[in-house]
Ligand binder design. Sequence first.
Ligand SMILES: [Zn+2]
Length: 317
Amino acid sequence: MTRRDLMKYIAAFFKTLFIVAFAASTMPAKGSDAFNLEEIAPGVFVHQGRIAEMSRANQGDIANIGFVVGEEAVAMVDSGGSVPVGEAALAALRQVTDKPVRYLINTHMHPDHVFGNQVFKEAGATVVGHRRLPAALGARADFYKTSIGNQIGPELAGAVDITLPDETVADEMRIDLGGRELVIKAWQTAHTDNDVTVFDPATKTLFAGDLVFMEHLPVIDGSITGWLDQTAELEAIPAERVVPGHGPVSAPWPEAIEPQTTYLETLAADLRAAIADGVPLADAVETAGQSESGKWQLFDFYNGRNATAAFAELEWE
Ligand SMILES: [Zn+2]
């Protein structure tokens, strides 16, 4: 490291500290801490959401969201679980750069990733998502606003103007931030039917959205077999680090996905055995995947739902 690099590094470090201090003063959240933001690779910033269900206290700030800064423009990846979270993210971004936010990429339809969309749309961003995102989010808009209103409160949910993508990705799309290109890839049904990943070749950083869960139990709202079938292709992405949708801001790739694969394989094997033995769904969901319970947060909240969804899918094999 040259002296110049060292000075740049030190400057970046203090800038990050400043962002955290600044955001702490602007984040309006009740009972929440500073709006954390970390530069995990040059020009790649990630905010870590809490590993929790959405609540009034956390204002829906439960997903990892971040952004990549190019020479001319910025791309945001996901917008947070409420308007205040999106606003806090944009305020933190503005402490890093004054370049325009040219894109907002939605990794999938879930409210904790898209309820801050309008903040970035109003800031001029083109919203990009999977070709199935408009239908998926559009169909669930009323349901999400009601159900999430029960979690974060009707005022916060009511402020959300469900914002659908302006451009969609059927297979792969490259976006240019000026001297820096990002690769958006649309996947077959896995976590949901509208998952995309965002790869930054410059730093070999993969934003996986909820195709990769760490610490937080994976949630199946798409297809357990589709998710497992595409894991090898995910692992083959030449990334050095991944930003999971839930968990730490960054982890080594592809090792980071291994615990999730073990969980999904275990759940599928347990359910296939139960189905083969004629065990009814109500009994199978009580036991399937239980050997994984100590390894994950929110296990009791999501495992039964995962087992129920996966049972219905595997029953038809
Ligand atoms: Zn999700």
